[in-house]
Ligand binder design. Structure first.
Ligand SMILES: [Zn+2]
Length: 470
């Protein structure tokens, strides 16, 4: 079979070369190569059908739910010399006109166009895309964060449901769905909604295991009446700094140009105020911590992120609300701490999974209290009446997460893999609190938490009504 060569394109047969040249990376992440190859194979089929594009023009539409993520990716692609654009409510009028004109030509110069699901529902966009399709220039549709399509996904978005339009209007154009975390229920729902389950032989599926052996998972029990999160965290981080300051580690780190206190990490919390408070308290204690949340200016956010990514002193720890971290390319995150219980199991796992992408040992711990469990539950119940809410799915995910936290008789890695539908039990090498010391875990569980009686009394008095904003 002749190989597919397009000059001036991101698609070249030598994937390793392309990776090095365009993205300055030396190796693929697991499955990246196979997925790209499968997409390229789809192209070859398309070419055999004489839907060829000898001109070298061919556009991929990427549907993405998050504006900030979209901007980051377009910037990164442009920096790598790829003609990428985004089209959403923030796009300046002039640029919008340019993109629409580019599509209307039928032979767009743009290689990758990032759009929101809301935009995909507009007639103007649909008409233009039809022109591109008629000219046989529509290469593929990629749908990012595809779990948002499913009502069983934790961040369900209504307009995602209407994306079945792609398959109905452009039956031969391959569709790629990308998501970090989806259990079977979510996955089937996504395929069904997009009408991809009607032709199973066209479907190629790549599932990464949820098992991350280099991450140590731990739950730390606490209660409102005896909240020692701050001192506990300080004690832990100082012990890490201490170990790194001792010989021979100190000399090793110096040779690598690393400071002993350069231990990059993320602390997730649930409100903006708490985000600011924790960062300020940590700074007072000499830890290089910075807040990150939606209310900060774009400049401050960009600067904080850039300095954290480049390991600058004073920017070792990011204290963030939940949206932080999507699409961020930083391999050496050594810890992720959940200051409060996240709202869903998927959210917890996604955030924790930002640690240790370089494969080195990393630490994830979550401060769990039953009071927080009921606070988060109240937030979900409060949304129950809003029309688009999938509150049952959210409540069920939260319940599983709380049970995970209160489980002291099973490996954390196993519980995570079970949740994502994997039947094989991973071999855990002391990489969770259960395997590290079962007796100690049970002792901490019994001593740390408030009793259910106490918590329900508090709840009845309305003391657990949270007023958290992200
Ligand atoms: Zn374990």
């Amino acid at each position: 079979m002749p190989s597919l060569v397009r000059s001036n394109s991101i698609i070249l047969p030598d994937l390793d070369f392309t990776l090095r040249r365009q993205f300055n990376k030396t190796g693929f992440r697991p499955f990246q190569r196979e997925i790209i190859q499968a997409a390229l194979d789809g192209h070859d089929v398309v070419r055999d059908d004489e839907r060829t594009a000898d001109s070298g023009y061919c556009i991929t539409i990427v549907v993405s739910p998050l504006l900030s993520l979209m901007m980051n990716q377009v910037e990164a692609l442009r920096a790598a010399g790829i003609d990428a654009s985004s089209f959403n409510s923030n796009t300046p009028l002039q640029e919008r006109d340019q993109i629409l004109a580019d599509l209307k030509s039928g032979h767009p110069r743009t290689r990758l166009l990032y759009v929101t699901p809301e935009l995909c529902a507009t007639d103007r966009f649909r008409d233009r895309l039809q022109i591109v399709y008629d000219q046989r220039e529509l290469a593929r549709i990629a749908i990012d964060e595809a779990h948002c399509i499913s009502e069983w996904g934790h961040d369900f978005r209504k307009d995602f449901k209407r994306l079945s339009w792609f398959r109905e209007s452009f039956p031969e154009v391959p569709i790629m769905c990308l998501t970090a975390t989806a259990n079977d229920q979510v996955r089937n729902d996504v395929l069904h909604t997009l009408c991809l389950d009607t032709e199973p032989d066209r479907l190629k599926s790549f599932t990464m295991t949820a098992y991350r052996p280099n991450i140590h998972f731990e739950i730390r029990y606490t209660r409102d009446e005896d909240d020692r999160r701050l001192e506990d965290f300080l004690k832990w981080i100082r012990s890490v700094y201490e170990r790194r300051s001792q010989e021979p580690r100190r000399t090793e780190l110096a040779a690598l140009g690393e400071r002993p206190d350069n231990v990059p990490g993320i602390i997730y919390t649930i409100s903006r105020d708490e985000c600011e408070n924790i960062a300020a308290q940590l700074r007072q204690e000499g830890i290089g911590a910075q807040p990150f949340h939606a209310k900060l200016s774009k400049e401050v956010k960009e600067q904080t992120l850039a300095k954290w990514v480049s390991n600058e002193p004073g920017f070792d720890v990011i204290v963030a609300t939940t949206a932080f971290g999507m699409g961020i390319d930083k391999d050496n995150v050594r810890f992720v701490v959940h200051w409060r219980l996240p709202k869903s199991f998927e959210g917890y796992y996604q955030e924790a999974g930002r640690a240790g992408r370089d494969g080195n040992a990393s630490y994830c711990f979550l401060y769990y209290s039953r009071e927080d469990r009921d606070r988060v539950c109240n937030l979900i119940i409060r949304d129950r009446d809003s029309k688009s809410s999938n509150w049952q799915a959210r409540a069920s995910s939260l319940k599983t997460l709380a049970e995970y936290c209160e489980n002291v008789t099973t490996c954390r890695h196993k519980l995570i893999c079970d949740y994502f539908g994997e039947s094989d039990t991973p071999a855990c090498d002391y990489a969770c609190d259960y395997h590290k010391d079962q007796a100690e875990l049970q002792r901490r569980f019994l001593r740390g938490l408030a009793s259910e009686e106490w918590v329900s009394t508090q709840r009845e008095e309305g003391l657990l009504d949270a007023n958290w904003d992200e």
